[in-house]
Every structure is written in structure tokens, then in C-alpha cells.
Ligand binder design. Structure first.
Ligand code: SF4
Length: 896
């Protein structure tokens, strides 16, 4: 019987509980934890496929110095020496850590303590800066603390849920499923989606507001002005618990309705309907995510939303409140330990001398950073201009994720000393490391994470340590000791968590929101068994003690229903705002690029890129573009398109769709140099940031788009990893039995057979079958090793129209039959091998053609399609897409 381990999903901020099991054979399986209060057993497609991402392929297993294997002692000696030397010669601000929301809280705590309390600089920032730092800044301005007032349960209890800048269906799928289930059970519940794109989330929306990028401040200012003159205004709450209402209202009132329509791009009727819903439904939750945060006005957007909740007193009560959905698994944990350059540990403020003194006394540290450090964009600028002499990057891939990515890559390359701690040998960032340190991955490391609703859960180890890898906290603690610092003698993550908990309660008389002092004395045994719990958990809290020892019980705590904010006067602040101009386009860059996530990939694909199932959903980088724009620019469906901004270019596949608003383009942020020739979309993003939070504006980027013509286009399925660089354009993805790759060539290589042998590692002596059509230019070549297909290449002068999933399935098929071999070269599935089409349901590998066939047989609901094909019956992440396919087919049938 395999041993089961309760742990937490390492992807998004929902923080789902996972039960992992490893059989005697070593095979791992995962399932949802029915007792975890975030997901109650559900997992999305990414969570369900976790077991497919934990192999050791491509892992870095030993420390390396300049690409040569080294001992830990030598590697960490060098790191300590270089950091100490830079500090001695150039001062503490000459070094920096760039860390990650993928770190566990214990790793984050040690990084922050070492940099702020011992090195004496606040130059530690994190990829969470790119994710939700505008929410942090907005919370701190309004509440005096970085507090998420509500819980996930509020979304189910609300009568109105507003999702602004959040494609919940793809980016927080389990919360989407909880919300969809709540709406199905209580159809009177209303859902409003505010998004420039018609995303899959709109499937459950009663109202979709296709707002102009960055129109949110104006929309919520208009709402505040409307509410102030309606019965929804809560004068008693405003008077008792807030300050600044008059100024905020005056600023909002000054925005005319015409200006409101102009800034939002929304028709009057839609705006009025939105206002009516908010006014008349008391239980309202407004969720916001990257569409709000990743903006040059992100902090103002957050405050515009919070203003409306404060004005109506709809905060901290069941089913009410503003709700920030965090992108990463431990963005919240990072905030709790002060992992951002402008924060101190345990939600204390770096600008506050008393807080600095308190933390320094607690740490018994020799020094303390006295001012905020460099935020991510400024940090890499300081690397570029030579101010940063030593940089340690942990668990993140800034060459792919940072705006102006090409400049970031150049800066890292030029930095005198770069350390990278990661799990993979080859990433766009790790290739520039002078010291590469092998970290533990999910399933190997041990610690805690905090999800979007303030719930702290254990990530537990269930796999052995691979090679010589070590935990990030261990790496930093050793370096700290080698630099001569005391206070880093941790033996385990439990030691670190106990210290973190003690600091949160240290001299905390209720004046700080983050308090988990109840766990200050935690020992290994209790830490190992710790069930998920929601903070605060101050010491001596009997409810906490009781609830947290009952598995599956939610220790729900909301903030601010009765005021008690964390400004010195315990009152919240309204923020008076100005609606920003939103249009960045000009004649050279006339389109607005919006970047984001897709359903089945995570960040830079270092883990999800290992799963054939996840890679099958969308296997190539793409840009969604409206049909009118496509027609005007001469971009045809499925051709290749070049996107260009003043900062960089990318080449991706055109996806012409009315989901996209005219004038706007959407492109995913995941692809990178490991998976495509030129698809790092962040390279196009300007290093333009929110003036308060420092968060980059990744959703409103002026670009140009144009078709790119190639002489030959290709598609191949290959059992060996392709040597992709052999083509001018390529995008590769894992497939069952091997890899798939899209190709394009500016000039035909002289000898296609020789090209295949090199690109697909075909050994000498293996001769292909195939054909070449002189007139059309079509070429097909297939190589076999006995009954096994090694590689098949389809080439044409226009984008290849072969049934891709069928072609890929031939990698695992038996080809003893000669007829089947020739069927591959013909590029046509036989009658006994129907082409399933592009994957929609990753769990059961159900393609779009199979779903359409079921609909034609009379399956006109998601449930009926599920009964017929299994699609959508496991994790449910594809249900919104299935609904879209049903709607499309039925509309087509009606028109016929
Ligand atoms: Fe993981 Fe999916 Fe849950 Fe997010 S919603 S934590 S990705 S299983």
C-alpha cells in the first residue's frame, strides 16, 4: 500500500490540498485532499498532472561553478566570499537577492533576514513584485496593513461576485469551480466579469464589461459617485471607521459620465447595469487579480475598488468585501516574511523606526536596512548600470518574466557575480549563472505556503532528495554562517517556522494584523502534523487551538466588519483618485498588447512543460487578434505573426478570434527560449511601473503586428527531443512518446533528409519513406525503427494542415503493418483512427473533434458531453471550453 502524504499544490494562489502517494515501484500519484478547506478534493488540470512533472529529466543535481561540477563547500564558500567582498568594497547596497513566490515561507524568511538584518540592505525583491505588489500597496494605503479581509467562502455566500482583471476559469480554476457550483445551486447569484477580453470566465457571467485596458479606476470612481447618492451608502460605517470620504467622493464626482464612458470604452447601458447591481445587492465581493495589479495605475485600481466597499460598509462580513487573488503559491507567505524590498518581516514597515528596532532586537542582528531597497525593475536597472556587483536569483526566471526581458538578460550577463538556485540545468536565466545551485523541487522540499485567503498549509516532502540538491533555506543559512553571521543555525524548516511565528507575536498587542504567535513554540512533531489554518492565530486563542486540530475545519476569520484598521487611529483611508489616460498606442505601435496565462501552463513552463497532457492543450505560443485587425493587417488564421514593441519582438501563431476586442492583442507569458525560437513576450513589455507599488504594466503595451512569411512550414512528431535551432521558427512541446514541433524556414535546406537526421537524431542507416510533390511543394518524410516511428516531418509552402494529435499518436502506435506506415506519409488518419482534434480535456485527452461529434449526436450540455466522451468529468478545468464549443455548434446548426 503506497504511503500517502498530505501536501499543497505548488502552482497558483488558490493553494489546493493534494494527497501524494508513491508506490513501491517509485511511481507517484496525486489526488485532491477532500479535507483541505481551499479545494475540498478538487484539483485543476495542472494540479491533477503534478505527478507527470517530478521526473529528474533536465534537473541540476550538483553545484556548478562556471559550468563545472563543484562541492557544496566550494560553491558556497565562493558565494559568501563574493558577497562579503562586494559589501566590504562597495557597501551593502551593492548586492541583491531576487527571489520568488515559489519559495516556501521558511526559505523566504531566511533570505529576508540575511539581507535586511545582517547584510544591512533591503535589496531583496521578488517576482511577486510582478504579480500582486499593487494589491499590497493598495491594502496598506487603505487599511494600514497588507490584509486580505475575506475568505474563499465569501465568493460562495455573495449575491454578486465581480471579477475584475481576473480570468478565474484559467488562472484560479478551483475557485472558479467553487463559484460555478455556487451559482448553479443559487442561480439568483449574479456574476460580473470586467475584462477587455471575452475569456472563458465569461461562461458563467451575467454581465461582461469589455473595458478598455486600465479603465478600471474610472469605472470604480464612477461607481463610488453613484453609490454616494444612493441608499447603499453606509454613513455610519464611514463616520465610525474611515477617513477621507469627502475628498474621494469629490474626486469621483468630478469625473463626468462622458469621461467615464471615454476612459472605460463601455456603453452607458452596461455601466448603469453594473452600478445597479452593486447598489442593490448587499452581499458583494469584488475579486481582482493581475488585470488590476499589472498596471501603471494598479495601486489606484485597488483603492478605487476598496473605496466602494468602504463606502457601503461591505467589508469583513460573510459574502462581502474586496478580495485580492494572488497568482503564486506563496506570494502571501512572502509578504508575511517581508520578502518585498519595501516591507519588513511579519507585516512590519521598513519606514517605521520602531518596527526596525523591534525586528533588530528580535533577530539580535548587527545592522538593519533603514530604507526600502530596489524594486524588481529598478534592481535589474542597477544590475545593468553596474551598481549591483553580486546577485543571487532563487526559484525564478527573470529573463522570461521581467519586462524588457532582453535588457534584463544583458544585465545579468554583464553582472560581475551571479548565483542561480534552481531545479533545472537549462533555463533562460540559469544559462548565465556563474554559480548554479541545485535546489529541492516540489515533493522534495518541506515547509509552508500561504494562499490567497490567508491559509497557511504545509508543503510536505514525499520524494527522496535527488543527487546533491539542497533546500534554499539551507543554502542561504550556510552562506550566512560563512559570512560570519550568527542566528542561522537552523536544523530544519520547523526551527525557522517557529522563529517566524514568534516574531509575528513579538510585542504584538493587536497592533499588527499578521500574528501567528500561537505557533511560536512549535516543535517538529506538531509542525509535521500541522493542518491548514487561517491567520491570525495569536497566542492564547482557544478557537484556533480547537479548530486547527479538527481536520477539514475552517478557522475562518474576517477583518474590518467593525473597523479596527491598522493605521494609528485604527481608521481606514479612502483614497482620492484621478482616472488615468489609458491609451498608449501611436501610429507606429497601434495595437494594445495584453499578456497573461493559459489554462495548462505555469509561469516559464519549467514544470508544466514536462507534461505531455498539459502541453497538448495549447502547444505553441500564439497571439489572439480580432478578425477586423487581422484583415486590415493581412494576417490570416494560423499563419505566423511578428509582434513588435520599442523593446523587443516575438514571433507567434495568429489566433484570429472575436473573443479579442478590436485594437487589442493577447499573448501568453509562458513561452521562452527552451520551447520556442522567439516567444518571450515579456521582452516586448516596457519597464513602466506603478509609481506606488513599482509593479510593471504588463497588460497595456503598445505594439505593432505584421504577418511573417516563410518559404516552408513544417510540423513534426519525433521520439527524440528535437534540435530545434535548426529552423528559423520553431515551437516544441512534449507529447506522448516524444515531442511535437512546429517549424518554419526562410530558405529550404538543400537536403531535407540530412536536416531530419540532425534535428531528430536519426542514426545513419535508417532510411525514410516519403514523397515530394514538385507542384505543391509538399514533402513528407517518416523514419522507422522496426515497428516504431522515430520521426515524421510534414512540409508545405503554407502552414501545414495535418491532423496533429493523430500524427503524434503514431509515436506510440505499432507500425509493423506497411499500410499504416504509408498512411502516416499520406498525412490522413484511416477510418479506424479518427483524428481527435486539438486537446480540450487534458485529463482524458479528449480533442475538439470528439466533442463536436458528441454534440452532433445530441449531447447539448456539458454533462451530456461528459457522459459521452469523459471530457470535463475529472478536474473540470475544460468545462467552460466545452460549453463554448456546444454554444458554437448549436449556433451553427441553427444558422444552417
Ligand atoms: Fe493547483 Fe489548480 Fe489548485 Fe491552483 S487551482 S492550487 S493550480 S490545483
Amino acid at each position: 500500500m503506497p504511503t500517502e502524504t498530505k501536501t499543497t499544490c505548488p502552482y497558483c494562489g488558490v493553494g489546493c490540498g493534494v494527497i501524494a502517494a508513491v508506490a513501491d515501484s517509485g511511481a507517484a500519484t496525486v489526488k485532491g485532499d477532500t479535507e483541505h478547506p481551499a479545494n475540498f478534493g478538487r484539483l485543476c488540470s495542472k494540479g491533477s498532472a503534478l505527478a507527470e512533472t517530478i521526473d529528474l529529466d533536465g534537473r541540476v543535481l550538483h553545484p556548478e561553478i562556471h559550468g563545472q561540477r563543484a562541492s557544496w563547500d566550494d560553491a558556497l564558500d565562493l558565494v559568501a566570499r563574493k558577497f562579503s567582498q562586494a559589501v566590504a568594497e562597495h557597501g551593502p547596497d551593492s548586492v541583491a537577492f531576487y527571489v520568488s513566490g515559489q519559495l516556501l515561507t521558511e526559505d523566504y524568511y531566511v533570505a529576508n533576514k540575511l539581507m535586511k538584518g545582517f547584510i544591512g540592505s533591503a535589496n531583496i525583491d521578488t517576482n511577486s513584485r510582478l504579480c500582486m505588489s499593487s494589491s499590497v500597496a493598495g491594502h496598506r494605503r487603505a487599511f494600514g496593513s497588507d490584509t486580505v479581509p475575506g475568505t474563499y467562502e465569501d465568493l460562495e455566500l455573495a449575491d454578486l461576485v465581480i471579477l475584475t482583471g481576473s480570468n478565474l476559469a484559467w488562472c484560479h480554476p478551483v475557485i472558479y469551480q467553487r463559484l460555478a457550483a455556487a451559482k448553479a445551486a443559487r442561480p439568483a447569484m449574479k456574476i460580473v466579469v470586467i475584462d477587455p477580453r471575452r475569456t472563458m470566465t465569461c461562461d458563467i457571467a451575467d454581465l461582461h464589461l469589455p473595458i478598455q485596458p486600465d479603465g478600471d479606476v474610472a469605472l470604480f470612481m464612477g461607481l463610488l459617485a453613484h453609490l454616494a447618492e444612493s441608499a447603499a451608502i453606509d454613513q455610519a460605517y464611514i463616520a465610525a471607521h474611515t477617513q477621507g470620504f469627502a475628498e474621494a467622493f469629490a474626486a469621483a464626482f468630478a469625473l463626468s459620465f462622458d469621461e467615464l464612458m471615454d476612459r472605460t470604452g463601455l456603453p452607458a447601458m452596461q455601466i448603469r447595469e453594473f452600478f445597479r447591481l452593486f447598489e442593490t445587492m448587499e452581499k458583494v465581493v469584488t475579486c481582482y487579480s493581475q488585470g488590476v495589479n499589472q498596471s501603471s495605475s494598479g495601486t489606484d485600481k485597488v483603492n478605487a475598488i476598496i473605496n466602494c466597499h468602504l463606502a457601503t460598509g461591505r467589508i469583513g462580513r460573510p459574502g462581502m468585501g474586496p478580495f485580492s487573488l494572488t497568482g503564486q503559491p506563496n506570494a502571501m507567505g512572502g509578504r508575511e516574511v517581508g520578502g518585498l524590498a519595501n516591507m519588513l518581516a511579519a507585516h512590519m514597515a521598513i519606514e517605521n523606526a520602531n518596527d526596525r528596532d523591534r525586528v533588530q532586537r528580535f533577530w539580535a542582528s548587527p545592522t538593519m536596512a533603514e530604507k526600502p531597497g530596489l524594486k524588481a525593475v529598478d534592481m535589474f536597472r542597477a544590475v545593468a548600470d553596474g551598481h549591483i556587483k553580486a546577485l543571487w536569483i532563487m526559484a525564478t526566471n527573470p529573463v522570461v518574466s521581467m519586462p524588457d526581458g532582453d535588457a534584463v538578460e544583458a544585465a545579468i550577463k554583464a553582472c560581475p557575480f551571479v548565483v542561480v538556485s534552481d531545479i533545472l540545468l537549462e533555463t533562460d536565466t540559469a544559462r548565465h549563472a556563474q554559480v548554479l545551485l541545485p535546489s529541492l523541487g516540489w515533493g522534495e522540499k518541506d515547509g509552508t505556503v500561504t494562499n490567497s485567503e490567508r491559509r497557511i498549509s504545509r508543503q510536505r516532502r514525499f520524494l527522496p532528495t535527488p543527487g546533491n540538491a539542497r533546500a534554499d533555506w539551507w543554502q542561504m543559512a550556510v552562506v550566512a554562517r560563512k559570512m560570519g553571521f550568527s542566528g542561522f543555525d537552523y536544523q530544519s524548516p520547523a526551527d525557522i517556522f517557529a522563529e517566524h511565528a514568534a516574531l509575528s507575536g513579538f510585542e504584538n498587542d493587536g497592533g499588527r494584523d499578521f500574528d501567528i504567535g500561537a505557533l511560536a513554540g512549535i516543535d517538529e512533531e506538531i509542525y509535521d502534523a500541522l493542518p491548514p489554518f487561517q491567520w491570525p492565530a495569536p497566542s492564547g486563542n482557544p478557537a484556533f487551538e480547537e479548530d486547527n486540530h479538527r481536520p477539514g475545519k475552517s478557522h475562518a476569520k474576517r477583518f474590518f466588519a467593525d473597523g479596527g484598521f491598522y493605521h494609528p487611529d485604527r481608521k481606514a483611508r479612502f483614497v482620492a483618485l484621478q482616472a488615468p489616460a489609458t491609451n498608449r498606442t501611436d501610429k507606429d505601435f497601434p495595437l494594445t498588447l495584453n499578456t497573461g496565462r493559459i489554462r495548462d501552463h505555469w509561469h516559464t513552463m519549467t514544470r508544466t512543460g514536462k507534461s505531455a497532457r498539459l502541453s497538448g492543450h495549447i502547444a505553441e505560443p500564439f497571439a489572439e487578434i480580432h478578425p477586423r485587425d487581422a484583415a486590415r493587417l493581412g494576417i490570416r488564421e494560423a499563419t505566423l505573426v511578428e509582434l513588435e514593441s520599442p523593446y523587443g519582438t516575438a514571433i507567434v501563431r495568429a489566433l484570429v478570434t472575436e473573443r479579442q476586442a478590436p485594437g487589442n492583442v493577447f499573448a501568453p507569458m509562458h513561452w521562452n527560449d527552451q520551447f520556442a525560437a522567439k516567444a518571450r513576450i515579456s521582452a516586448l513589455v516596457a519597464p513602466l511601473t506603478d509609481p506606488v507599488s513599482g509593479q510593471p504594466a504588463s497588460k497595456n503595451v503598445a505594439i505593432a503586428a505584421r504577418p511573417v512569411e516563410f518559404a516552408f512550414y513544417g510540423f513534426a512528431a519525433t521520439s527524440a527531443k528535437p534540435l530545434a535551432q535548426a529552423a528559423d521558427y520553431w515551437a516544441t512541446a512534449k507529447a506522448d512518446g516524444g515531442w511535437r514541433i512546429e517549424l518554419a524556414f526562410r530558405h529550404a535546406p538543400g537536403d531535407w533528409m540530412a536536416w531530419c537526421r540532425q534535428a531528430f537524431a536519426i542514426r545513419a542507416g535508417v532510411e525514410p519513406i516519403g514523397y515530394a510533390d514538385r507542384q505543391s511543394g509538399d514533402i513528407r518524410l517518416a523514419f522507422f525503427d522496426g515497428a516504431r516511428l522515430l520521426a515524421v516531418l510534414f512540409l508545405a509552402r503554407t502552414p501545414v494542415a495535418v491532423a496533429r494529435n493523430w500524427a503524434i499518436s503514431q509515436l506510440t502506435a505499432d507500425h509493423s503493418d506497411l499500410g499504416r506506415r504509408f498512411a502516416i506519409v499520406a498525412g490522413r488518419p484511416g477510418a479506424d483512427q479518427p483524428d481527435p482534434g486539438a486537446t480540450v480535456c487534458s485529463c482524458f485527452s479528449v480533442g475538439v473533434n470528439s466533442i463536436v461529434a458528441a454534440i452532433r449526436q445530441g449531447c447539448h450540455s456539458v454533462a451530456a458531453v461528459g457522459r459521452n466522451t469523459n471530457a470535463g468529468t475529472n478536474c473540470g478545468s475544460c468545462r467552460a471550453e466545452i460549453k463554448g464549443i456546444i454554444d458554437g455548434c448549436l449556433a451553427q446548426q441553427a444558422a444552417e
